[in-house]
Ligand binder design. Structure first.
Ligand SMILES: [Fe+2]
Length: 258
């Protein structure tokens, strides 16, 4: 499995404070069966959480070195979870911000209340510049919980959806859980991620339990698509595939007909 959304880097946001805590998270990732993680610290314009590209790459190098000293094989890539802001198209262009694994996918944080006015133009401008949009945990947005028909607009706009796996186990409440199942039933999720922040509460160790539950809902092939194939394409910067639709149940044979 590959995790595309993780606050594993130390001292940058509400993730681990120390390198040791980051290593502990990495250990849990390996135990849960992950081979690679894209580190996505928060980036919120004008806040104390706005680490620049160089600082993130420095912390990635530090963590990679520490894992290699411990003979751990988990691969760490740089990235960011970017809060929506009108200046993003310019900032992405000046290489101030980092797409996932420094390729073409921008992980945009979905606000908890509602999408900002002008999201259509913001995402269109980013796409015109050659970026692809991966929307982080849309199932946690109240507006989308109440108006799931907006998901169709998002998908029609060419936006990809990343759901947090913990949503399927009720980690974020009933509304997020219902929306996660709604998206799974509609087969319109493009990848799943942990959004892990630590080694205890929001931990990678929770992944295997969530995976079992999700597998029952979407089947083995879709599970592989959302945890391995599409995340690999994101790391390579190539287009994503959609989930397989369920096979329609055969029409019941009318009694006596041949
Ligand atoms: Fe996050």
């Amino acid at each position: 499995m590959i995790d595309l959304h993780s606050h594993i880097l130390p001292g940058l946001d509400d993730g681990p404070e120390t390198l040791e805590q980051s290593i502990e998270m990495a250990r849990l990732y390996e135990k849960a069966g992950f081979t690679a993680v894209v580190a996505t610290p928060h980036w919120i314009a004008g806040s104390r959480w706005a680490p620049d590209r160089d600082l993130i790459c420095e912390r990635v190098a530090l963590l990679r070195q520490a894992l290699s000293l411990q003979e751990m094989r988990l691969m760490i890539y740089p990235g960011m979870e970017i809060a929506m802001d009108g200046d993003l198209p310019d900032l992405m262009n000046t290489k101030h911000l980092i797409p996932l694994a420094e390729q073409s996918y921008v992980l945009l944080e979905t606000p908890f209340q509602r999408l900002p006015a002008g999201w259509e133009s913001l995402t269109a401008q980013l796409m015109e510049k050659g970026f692809r949009i991966l929307l982080a945990h849309p199932e946690r947005c109240r507006q989308l919980n109440e108006h799931p028909e907006i998901f169709e607009e998002l998908i029609d706009a060419g936006i990809y959806l990343q759901v947090n796996m913990g949503a399927f186990t009720g980690e974020y409440g009933v509304s997020a859980e219902n929306t996660a199942y709604y998206l799974a039933d509609k087969r319109c999720i493009h990848c799943l991620a942990t959004d892990a922040h630590d080694a205890s509460h929001r931990s990678p160790a929770r992944a295997p339990g969530a995976v079992r539950r999700i597998k029952k809902q979407i089947g083995e092939n879709n599970l592989d698509l959302l945890f391995r194939l599409n995340p690999t394409r994101i790391i390579d910067g190539s287009p994503l595939a959609s989930m397989e639709k369920p096979v329609p149940t055969k029409q019941r044979k009318i009694w006596g007909s041949r």
